[in-house]
Design a binder for this molecule. Structure first.
Ligand code: BDP
Length: 586
C-alpha cells in the first residue's frame, strides 16, 4: 500500500489534532448510530496518541470495548475533480469508519494502515463528519491474543499474555489525500547487484502506459524505463548499507493531463543468510542494538516526531546499528528514518503471547495447551496470516528491513506448533522471497525440544539466564548460556541473533556488590552475555532488552512497568548505557 504524498497530481491533508472522544463500554453507539450526529458527552482527544493516559481517569485507562472518535473536515471545492481517499496509519486494535452517514471501511489489526475511497461520500467545499469507533478487545482469535474476564462486580477486565500495556486508540496520523481517477495503486521493488551495477526490478500496479525514471540522491537521472514491469540498471551504483542510508528515487508517471505520478525511495542492497553468517551486500553483518517499544509517558503508543528523532539519536550515541520492532510493526515514519539513515531493522508482526507455558502463571493463562480449538486456533492462524500479509505489503520496499520476525516467543514445543507455523513461514517466503525469516524463541523452548526452527532461516533467541532463571547467579548464567548457544549452533547451520537479554534495573539503585535490580547488576549481566557471544562464532547479533523502560499491564508483577531499559522511560541513561557505548563503538 502506498503512503500518501504531495506531488504534481496528489495532495494530502493531515487530520492530526484534537478529535472528540467518547467511551462506549456498553456498545450503545453501534445501535444508536452515533456517527449520524455530533458526538454527545464527548471530551477532547489528541490524534495521534493512545487515549489511555491522557486523562487521570481509570475508566479511560482500563477501558475495554468500543471508543468513539469524531472530527469535522473541510476540503477545497477543487477536490471534487479528484479521487479522495481516507487513510488511517493505524487504529488499535480494530476500527470501523463513517464519513457523514455512510460506513466506508472496517479493519482489524492494530499496527498496519488501511484506507477507503471516499470520493462518493466526502463533500468538497462543505463540512464533513468523520467518525471512527475503535475497539481494543483481545480474544483467542485476535493477534495478539487475549481474553476478557467478567468480574463479580460487573467490570470486564482484559487479560493478555504479553507484558506491555494494551494501549489503544488512533496511534498514528490520519490522512485525506487525492489522486487522479486513473492512478498508481502500488509499487514493488527488489534489488540486486551485477558487479558494480545496481539492478532494480520494479512492478507498478496500474492500467495503461507508464514511464519510470530513477534519480540519484542529488536529483540526477540515472536510469529510465517504460511499462508497468521492468528492470532499471545503475552503473557504479551507490549501495544502501548499514550506516549509509543512500536512497535513489523511482518516479513512476502515468503520462497525460489526467495522469498520476508517485515517488518511491529505493535503497539498493542485498540480504542473504549463508551458513552461520548474515550478509548485507555480501558482507557479514553483526546486529548491535535493542528490542524497543513504541512507548512514552502520556501519549502511550502515539507517534511523535520529537521522540522518534531523539530515540534514533540515542541509538547513534550508543553505537547501535539496528533494532527489532518488538512486538508489532512501528509507525511508517520510523521506518522512513531507518531507511534514510542506514539503520537495520528486524520487522516483527504483532504476534506475541502465543504461549501458555510462559510467565509461571502471571498471565493467568491457566493450565491449557497453547494450540487447541479453545485457545490459539485456526482463527488465530488466519488473523496471524493476515498480519504477515499486511506487514509485508507495507514494508516490502524498505531497505532497512533485513529480516522478518513472524512471532515473539511462541510455544514451539507442543507438536501442533509445526502445523500452525508451517503455513505462516511458507506465506512469508511466498510474499517476499528476498528477505530471511525468523521467530524469537523463548527460554522454555530449548533446541532439543523445538518443533519449528528448521522452518526459519535465522535463530533468534530471547534469553534470561541470571534473571528469570537462576536469578542473581551470573556464574551459572555464563556456563548455561554458552552451553545452550553451542547446542543451537551444533543443531542448525544458521546464524544466531540474541534478540533479548537483560535485567530489570531500578535507576539510581547502586551497590558495591552487584545484586538484582541494581545498576551494577545490569552492567555485569551484559558483560557476562557479551563474553559468551564473543566466544560463539554463530552469534551474529545482540539486541538488549530493552532500549527503554516501558509501561506494562496492571496484571503482571512489575515495579511501575518493565525496568529492563538501558534508558529510563524518559530516556536518561542507566550505567549500562555507557558500558554498551564502549563496546559498540570499539
Ligand atoms: C520476554 C518478552 C518481552 C518481555 C520480557 C520481560 O519477549 O516482551 O518484556 O520477556 O519479561 O519474554 O522483560
Amino acid at each position: 500500500m502506498l503512503r500518501p504524498q504531495d506531488g504534481p497530481t496528489r495532495e494530502r491533508r493531515s487530520l492530526s489534532g484534537l478529535w472528540r472522544f467518547r467511551l462506549d463500554a456498553e456498545g450503545a453507539g453501534r445501535t444508536d448510530e452515533w456517527w449520524r450526529s455530533p458526538l454527545e458527552k464527548a471530551v477532547d482527544m489528541p490524534v495521534p496518541a493512545s487515549y489511555n493516559d491522557i486523562y487521570p481517569d481509570e475508566t479511560i485507562r482500563d477501558h475495554v470495548g468500543d471508543a468513539w472518535y469524531q472530527t469535522e473536515v473541510r476540503v477545497p471545492a477543487s477536490w471534487a475533480e479528484q479521487r479522495v481517499v481516507l487513510r488511517f496509519d493505524a487504529a488499535t486494535h480494530r476500527a470501523a469508519v463513517w464519513v457523514n452517514d455512510v460506513q466506508v471501511v472496517e479493519h482489524t489489526g492494530g499496527y498496519t494502515p488501511f484506507e477507503a475511497d471516499v470520493t462518493a461520500q466526502l463533500r468538497p467545499g462543505a463540512a464533513n463528519r468523520v467518525t471512527v469507533v475503535v475497539n481494543n478487545e483481545l480474544s483467542w482469535s485476535s493477534i495478539p491474543p487475549g481474553r476478557i474476564e467478567d468480574q463479580p462486580d460487573g467490570r470486564r477486565v482484559q487479560r493478555y499474555f504479553h507484558d506491555f500495556f494494551n494501549y489503544a486508540g488512533l496511534h498514528r496520523p490520519v490522512w485525506l489525500y487525492t489522486t487522479p481517477t486513473t492512478y498508481i495503486s502500488d509499487i514493488s521493488v527488489a534489488t540486486t547487484f551485477d558487479g558494480t551495477t545496481g539492478v532494480i526490478d520494479y512492478r507498478v500496479e496500474v492500467d495503461g502506459p507508464l514511464r519510470v525514471v530513477l534519480r540519484d540522491a542529488s536529483g540526477n537521472e540515472v536510469a529510465a524505463a517504460a511499462g508497468a514491469v521492468g528492470t532499471l540498471r545503475i552503473p557504479d551504483v551507490h549501495p544502501w548499507a548499514p550506516g549509509d542510508g543512500y536512497l535513489y528515487e523511482l518516479e513512476a508517471t502515468i503520462p497525460g493531463e489526467r495522469g498520476d505520478s508517485y515517488r518511491q525511495p529505493v535503497g539498493v542492497r542485498t540480504v542473504e543468510v549463508r551458513g552461520q553468517q548474515f550478509l548485507i551486500n555480501g558482507k557479514p553483518f553483526y546486529f548491535k542494538g535493542f528490542g524497543k517499544h513504541e512507548d512514552a509517558a502520556v501519549r502511550g503508543k502515539g507517534y511523535d516526531d520529537a521522540l522518534m528523532v531523539h530515540d534514533f539519536a540515542l541509538l547513534d550515541w550508543i553505537g547501535a546499528n539496528s533494532f527489532r520492532t518488538s512486538h508489532y510493526p512501528y509507525a511508517e515514519e520510523v521506518l522512513d528514518y531507518a531507511d534514510r539513515h542506514g539503520v537495520v531493522v528486524i520487522g516483527e508482526t504483532p504476534a506475541v503471547g502465543l504461549n501458555l507455558n510462559l510467565g509461571g502463571g502471571i498471565f493467568n493463562s491457566g493450565k491449557r495447551p497453547t494450540f487447541s480449538p479453545d485457545t490459539v486456533s485456526d482463527d488465530t492462524q488466519q488473523a496471524h496470516l493476515q498480519a504477515i500479509r499486511e506487514l509485508v505489503a507495507r514494508d516490502k520496499n524498505r531497505p532497512s528491513v533485513a529480516l522478518w520476525c513472524l512471532v515473539n516467543e511462541p510455544d514451539n514445543i507442543q507438536p501442533e506448533a509445526r502445523d500452525y507455523f508451517r503455513p505462516l513461514a511458507a506465506e512469508a517466503r511466498h510474499l517476499d522471497p528476498t528477505r530471511p525469516i525468523g521467530y524469537a524463541n523463548a527460554l522454555m523452548g530449548p533446541p532439543a525440544e523445538c518443533m519449528i526452527t528448521d522452518l526459519f532461516d535465522v535463530v533468534l533467541l530471547n534469553r534470561y539466564y541470571g534473571w528469570y532463571v537462576g536469578t542473581g547467579d551470573l556464574r551459572t548464567a555464563e556456563t548455561a548460556l554458552e552451553d545452550e548457544l553451542r547446542q543451537w549452533a551444533g543443531l542448525h547451520d544458521k546464524p544466531i541473533v540474541i534478540t533479548e537479554y537483560g535485567a530489570d534495573t531500578y535507576p539510581g539503585l547502586r551497590a558495591t556488590l552487584p545484586s538484582p535490580w541494581t545498576e551494577e547488576f545490569q552492567v555485569e549481566l551484559l558483560d557476562v552475555y557479551h563474553r559468551v557471544f564473543d566466544r560463539v562464532d554463530a552469534v551474529v547479533g545482540e539486541h538488549v532488552w530493552n532500549f527503554a523502560d516501558f509501561a506494562t499491564s496492571p496484571g503482571v508483577f512489575r515495579v511501575d512497568g518493565n525496568k529492563k531499559g538501558v534508558f529510563t522511560r524518559d530516556r536518561r541513561p542507566k550505567t549500562a548505557a555507557f558500558r554498551l557505548r564502549d563496546r559498540w563503538h570499539s
